[in-house]
Design a protein around this ligand. Structure first.
Ligand code: PGA
Length: 257
């Protein structure tokens, strides 16, 4: 059996300026009890412009909330106008970086190859990537969901060592379930997350496969989180819309209550 600590991540996407972000993390912190953190790892991922402010609040108030970034560039520095690097994020005490979100794949041309490079850079700076994978509605209806996800996992984790894989997280987010209010059936999500773990085992070894945390994402809310968390291979959630509301997000974090 496993002792993977559940990981619940709030992906704020393009919401909240730095002042709003400070209020959001404070409200979240008020709604959580100290012993919640013994059971769950909680991470919020604000936009880049709010990272520093949120980091300062977390530090000053001794919050046990982790700090996530929503993207990163793979080069450490150079002539790459507009980009932000992994060492810069690490210096801000960021601990998790979302990589390859479907919105980035769709609108910003991310590929399995760029996801692989970004994840490598995140690990090299001693942070944990949260690698997003998931099929579109067309792919699901064509019966190719499993194959699409396996290809994405293989591409994202290419040339990774077992130790590297064991330290990261993979988020299974069916694209048709993101922001739509329509979730995957817990059984389907349970099956795909099992396939992801099997793929990781095939690529590395059992120890990496048992350590890697696999999250579900896509319209997670306080009413459905429990069902997903009950699945053997689901170790947490990547939460978009509901993470913007501290009451809802706190209820998701305390999913067992
Ligand atoms: P959602 O987003 O919870 O709003 O569906 C999830 C995500 O995109 O990570």
């Amino acid at each position: 059996m496993t002792d993977r600590t559940p990981l619940i991540v709030g992906n704020w996407k393009l919401h909240a300026n730095h002042l709003e972000a400070i209020q959001m993390v404070q409200k979240l912190s008020y709604r959580l009890d100290p012993d919640d953190y013994d059971r769950v790892e909680v991470v919020v991922a604000p936009p880049f412009t709010a990272l520093r402010s949120v980091q300062v609040v977390i530090e000053q108030d001794h919050m046990r909330i982790g700090l996530g970034a929503q993207d990163v560039y793979w080069e450490a520095e150079g002539a790459f106008t507009g980009e932000v690097s992994a060492p810069m994020l690490a210096k801000l005490a960021v601990d998790h970086v979302i990589v390859g979100h479907s919105e980035r794949r769709e609108h910003f041309g991310e590929t399995d190859e760029t996801v692989n490079k970004k994840a490598k850079a995140v690990i090299a700076s001693e942070m944990a990537p949260i690698i997003c994978v998931g099929e579109s509605l067309d792919q699901r209806e064509a019966g190719s969901a499993e194959q699409v996800v396996v290809t994405q996992v293989k591409g994202a984790l290419a040339r990774f060592s077992s130790d590297e894989v064991g330290a990261l997280a993979i988020a299974y987010e069916p694209i048709w379930a993101i922001g739509t209010g329509r979730t995957a059936l817990p059984d389907d999500a349970g099956l795909i997350t099992e396939i992801i773990r099997d793929t990781v085992r095939d690529m590395t070894d059992s120890s990496a496969a048992e350590s890697v945390r696999i999250l579900y994402g896509g319209s997670v809310n306080p009413g459905n989180i429990k069902e997903f968390m009950a699945k053997r291979h689901i170790d947490g959630a990547l939460v978009g819309g509901a993470s913007l509301d501290p009451d809802k997000f706190a209820a998701i974090v305390r999913y067992w209550k």
